[in-house]
Design a protein around this ligand. Structure first.
Ligand code: DGL
Length: 280
């Protein structure tokens, strides 16, 4: 009886999800859609965003602090909902902490490797993710014949944060960034940065219908569901009405985070709490 209670308690524990800021909400949203009973603790590092232009050492230090913070909430697993942090820090985090931690890169790479027909895969992401060549190594492990063309698109992040999702300026920027990938005859394109799924329709318009877009956020939620189900840790309890199912924390500018979150999360989110992440 005691054991059964303990297991139920573990199943009922939240999942920790973190990103450099708001972008990871695209991953949060997918998890919510695919495993709606789960509780989540989301942390957005709004004081230290962007991660995409910082070094591996710095990002690893940030990620460690965040994992320590999330563990204070007794999370049962952690999702690194940021491509740059997954590229730079996931391996160190997995070696250092004794709870399951997954990232967004491997799930996206797997789908791209399975999807391509002509073997030409494009990856768009931050400078850090492209420079790490992490998508190349995962894809080539699964499909050695594939050729991967990476392109950093740093202007996409501020455009998304400005809310210019379908603006002519965004379309022009996308056309310039993606021209060289179109010349490579890619048939699959990975949206390798948490913000990019929000530009999906503009990107699709620019690359054309023959290119399949891969959204790692969706695939990460599938991986998470399989992981929890494999460990018998999926939450079987339906959240009660009025219960605060998810909690949000940021390191700065909670109002701005809330505004953005409410524009992309159906029904909105509760007020985020600001914490001193450097203390962890
Ligand atoms: N979340 C980051 C990523 O997916 C993008 C924003 C940033 O540079 O911090 O790589």
């Amino acid at each position: 009886m005691m054991e059964a209670n303990k297991l139920q308690q573990k199943k009922n524990a939240p999942i920790g999800v973190f990103d450099s800021g708001v972008g990871g909400l695209t991953v949060f949203r997918e998890i919510m859609r695919q495993i709606p009973n789960e509780k989540m603790i989301y942390f957005g590092d709004t004081a230290r965003v962007p991660y995409g232009s910082k070094s591996k050492n710095t990002i690893t230090r940030f990620a460690r602090q965040i994992v320590r913070f999330l563990r204070t909430h007794d999370v049962k697993t952690i999702v690194v909902a940021c491509n740059t942090a997954s590229a730079y820090a996931l391996e160190s985090l997995q070696a250092e902490f004794d709870i399951p931690i997954i990232g967004v890169v491997e799930p996206g790479a797997k789908v791209a490797a399975e999807t391509t027909r002509n073997g030409n895969i494009g990856v768009i992401a931050t400078e850090g993710t492209i420079g790490s060549r992490i998508y190349n190594s995962y894809i080539n492990q699964m499909n050695p014949e594939a050729t991967i063309y990476g392109k950093a698109c740093p202007l996409f992040v501020p455009l998304v944060e400005e809310g210019w999702l379908k603006d002519p300026v965004t379309r022009e920027v996308a056309s310039r960034y993606l021209a060289e990938l179109k010349d490579k005859d890619i048939d699959t394109l990975i949206l390798g940065c948490t913000h990019y799924p929000l530009l999906r329709s503009t990107i699709q318009e620019v690359v054309g219908d023959r290119v399949t877009l891969v959204n790692p956020a969706y695939e990460t939620a599938v991986t998470l569901k399989n992981l929890l189900s494999g460990m018998d840790l999926l939450n079987t309890e339906v959240p009660t009405q009025g219960e605060q199912q998810h909690k949000f924390f940021v390191s700065d500018k909670a109002e701005r985070f809330l505004e953005f979150a409410n524009s992309i999360i159906e029904h909105g989110i509760p007020n985020p709490q600001t914490i001193q992440i450097e203390d962890y």
